[in-house]
Design a protein around this ligand. Structure first.
Ligand code: GLU
Length: 273
């Protein structure tokens, strides 16, 4: 079986327990299948990135025993590829420029103000997809930065990713990414969304919720905790956990599904958590 997985952290700070869970799940699923596992630095939103966080993340991964294949891809090096994808969508009339500010758009799906022509020519424009199935989400921001949704899809295709294992906080993104993959003629990987670690207040662990950085001292303990969280047998190291990996016992949501977007021929329209 051909299997190529990846871990795609955003270098906005050090890894925390929530990132470890995603890294462990994607790593073990790949290695248990005899597959490859790549690391990609998702620094596309450069203003949010912290200088040196990429190296800190790689050192932590190394200390925890993760071994990645190939060199680490950086999204800041990929602007030309993203622009190529935007041009391809635009040539098919599947993307359009939009001058609406965040305030004008407000909450909820985009109402399509600029769908048939920019409302305020002269204002900086963002680019949105033209979709009848989901909302017309942004793929290039008005500050010129490409949006996460487009970058991930272009990079997953360029790296030949066959399996995406990541946190369920990204479930909302998957139909958008599936839409882009279909529009760009890319293969659609398999997706496995694992439960998201929360703090005592029920908030997702993140920099915003002040999640503590992963310890580099209690590595065996943190690995045990991550395996427990993923419903796996007890083990102190990643190497020992590979042969014991069983994705079927991950607490829901933890089942592979082909696609969460309806309308893709031959693929289920729904998935169960
Ligand atoms: N960079 C994203 C994050 O850190 C992950 C993207 C993905 O796995 O598709 O949340």
């Amino acid at each position: 079986m051909i299997y190529r997985g990846r871990f795609a952290p955003s270098p906005t700070g050090p890894l925390h327990f929530g990132s470890l869970v995603a890294a462990v799940a994607s790593y073990l699923d790949a290695r248990a299948a005899g597959g490859e596992w790549l690391v990609r630095m998702e620094d596309v939103d450069l203003p949010r990135c912290i200088s040196g966080a990429d190296l800190d993340i790689l050192q932590t991964l190394d200390a925890y025993g993760f071994q990645w294949d190939g060199s680490v891809m950086y999204q800041t090096q990929r602007t030309a590829a993203y622009q190529g994808a935007l041009d391809a969508l635009s040539a098919k009339d599947l993307a359009y420029p939009c001058s609406c500010s965040r305030r004008e758009v407000g909450e909820g799906p985009y109402r399509g103000t600029c769908r048939n022509g920019i409302r305020d020519p002269g204002k900086p424009v963002a680019w949105r997809v033209r979709s009848d199935e989901i909302d017309d989400f942004v793929i290039k921001r008005s500050d010129g930065l490409f949006a996460y949704q487009l970058a991930v899809v272009v990079d997953d295709a360029a790296q030949g990713i066959t399996h995406v294992v990541r946190g369920a906080d990204l479930l909302d993104s998957t139909p958008r990414q599936n839409w882009l993959q279909q529009a760009l003629g890319y293969p659609i990987p398999q997706y496995l969304h694992v439960p998201v670690a929360t703090n005592a207040a029920g908030e997702k662990l993140s920099k915003q919720t002040l999640a503590p950085a992963l310890s580099r001292k209690d590595i065996a303990l943190e690995i045990r905790r991550a395996l427990l969280f993923l419903g796996q047998p007890e083990n102190d190291s990643l190497a020992a956990a590979i042969p014991a990996w069983n994705s079927a016992v991950i607490p829901a949501p933890g089942r592979f599904h082909d696609s969460v977007q309806s309308g893709i021929p031959g693929r289920p329209a729904e998935f169960t958590l």
